[in-house]
Design a protein around this ligand. Sequence first.
Ligand code: ATP
Ligand code: MG
Length: 311
Amino acid sequence: MALAGLGDMDLKLIIFGGKGGVGKTSCAIATAKALSKNFKTLLISTDPAHSVSDCLEQKIGFKVVKVEGSANLSAIEVVADEALSVFKTAHQNELKKLLETSTNLDNEDIDDMLTLTIPGIDEVMSFKTIIDFIEKGEYDKYVVDTAPTGHALRLISSPKLLDDWIKVAAKMRWKYRYMVTSFTGSYNPDNVDTFLLNLKKTVKRIENILKNKTKCEFIPVCIPEEMAILETSRLLADLSTSGINARQIIVNNVMVSDGCDFCIRRKAGQMPHLEEISSLFYEFNRVEVPMFAEEIKGHEALSRLTEVLFG
Ligand SMILES: Nc1ncnc2c1ncn2[C@@H]1O[C@H](COP(=O)(O)OP(=O)(O)OP(=O)(O)O)[C@@H](O)[C@H]1O
Ligand SMILES: [Mg+2]
């Protein structure tokens, strides 16, 4: 089988995830390259390891650049820390005022607290970067390569984490508002209220895209090994709980050759796992990718993978 439906006009965001080393980056790039033949495509890496540069053999970085050799493909490697630091600098005043007006912390404590991370905020900032791109509408397709499963799950649960934080902050503000109202008889929303409201809007924007089954699709990448199957099952369960669309799985590194003793043994060893994958994930479109003799690096190798993924 081949990957299906990625050309649907409404489908904007395609996210690849899975266990470490199973082929997420290779598959994300090969998919982005295939889509770029018909659609203006942006490949986004949220993996701090940034192997997209290595795989494409081109320096990418935290700035959109054209991918050499693919006319309609651009790429960016999002640096969560940098995105967060831009956010903190831009909203330092609001964050400081929020803490000053809502807590008994002194200035030093407040500075300490600001340097600590709001839970999920760096992932939210990564995602905000993606959503900002989508909302600008410059591209038809956004293909996201993530770091191993834990990271993808944090990315997905980040809006909820941030939402919880906003609720606590809003509660603290409520007390402040109550005090101001009791003393002055009225309360005018200030820049901190606007900041929290905008943050809430960001959470909603992320959720609206992530949970929209026609706009977003998550593609888990798996290999025929026990640990990877377990992790894929957990990933799919979490995606389902979060209401995120997943309808196909890539099964990578499948041994097809009978050409040597090692290949025959490897193939036989994979057989029960492939059967398990078929029975566990029978509802999903499963795309098997053979184990290539060479690593997937550079345009030629990526094109070979594209051919397999898209038939
Ligand atoms: N089908 C394949 N045949 C041969 N080599 C492969 C295949 N798929 C991936 N590889 C190689 O395996 C390595 C890991 O692949 P890749 O970087 O795509 O995985 P990943 O899931 O993104 O890893 P990470 O979790 O570290 O981000 C790379 O060297 C890649 O070239
Ligand atoms: Mg990777």
